[in-house]
Design a protein around this ligand. Structure first.
Ligand SMILES: NC(=O)c1ccc[n+]([C@@H]2O[C@H](COP(=O)([O-])OP(=O)(O)OC[C@H]3O[C@@H](n4cnc5c(N)ncnc54)[C@H](OP(=O)(O)O)[C@@H]3O)[C@@H](O)[C@H]2O)c1
Length: 218
């Protein structure tokens, strides 16, 4: 995920720094990719970026960064999904990986994103992906951070959809579980994705209409 999204954002002219556990691995990756990218260890990457993609599932940043407060006020994109359980016997997500990450680095602005498509979809970016209206679902508590991630998603051909506060990452991680069931478990393959569609309204109401409820619908 880091390599793919890093390449795409570098192609869009962003300054990209690849972090890894060893400085050599990060540097080698950047040399191999080119596009004016740089590479080094994870702490250097965290210091470098304004927006960081965190691909290290379930690991507290304090365990991998020599100075975790380097993440203070940074936008931290969490693309992680839980491991697939045996026979896709998923449990409901009652507390998301993204919320756990936000608890671990409370001064970072965590945005859940990019967890509902397989890496292969990025191969289509930005064209012809931009013709397919593929959703990138976003959840986060900081509006400015979400806006920045929405723009990054749009630049590489996706359709960003704001899903509300970070708590909604629980739903998005369940969507991540669902799409992997489709891709792997049900054999649809890695180009299966999830998007929301708004249909054109019906010309005529003939089914009795919606009953009144407490919930607001626009
Ligand atoms: N691949 C997909 O199609 C896809 C799609 C949507 C969401 N996701 C989610 O995105 C996340 C990353 O997936 P990925 O496919 O990019 O995985 P990956 O290729 O295994 O990359 C994860 C990176 O995490 C680092 N890492 C692993 N264990 C670590 C540890 N204990 N301490 C520090 N660093 C560690 C490794 O970095 P170094 O070895 O470089 O140090 C590795 O490059 C997962 O949560 C996955 O569920 C993946």
């Amino acid at each position: 995920m880091g390599r793919s999204l890093g390449i795409l954002w570098a192609e869009q002219g962003h300054q990209v720094f690849f972090g890894a556990r060893t400085q050599e691995k990060g540097q080698q990756l950047a040399e191999q990719i080119g596009l004016n990218t740089q590479g080094g260890n994870n702490t250097e990457a965290a210091e470098f970026g304004d927006v960081l993609l965190y691909t290290i599932r379930g690991v507290n940043p304090a365990e991998i960064l020599s100075t975790p407060d380097v993440l203070d006020s940074k936008v931290l994109i969490d693309c992680n999904n839980f491991e697939i359980p045996a026979e896709f016997a998923y449990e409901p997500v009652t507390y998301s990986l993204a919320e756990t990450l936000a608890d671990q680095v409370p001064n970072a602005k965590v945005v859940k994103a990019f967890n509902t498509m397989a890496q292969e979809v990025f191969e289509l970016s930005p064209q012809p992906l931009d013709q397919h209206n593929v959703s990138v679902f976003l959840a986060g508590d900081d509006a400015t951070a979400k806006k920045a991630v929405a723009q990054l998603a749009q630049e590489i051909g996706f359709n960003p959809i704001d899903c509300g506060p970070l708590r909604q990452a629980r739903l998005l991680e369940s969507l991540g579980d669902f799409i992997r069931l489709m891709i792997i478990g049900q054999g649809m393959g890695p180009y299966a994705t999830l998007s929301v569609q708004t249909l054109p309204p019906a010309n005529q109401a003939r089914l009795g209409g919606r009953q009144s409820s407490n919930l607001k619908m626009q």
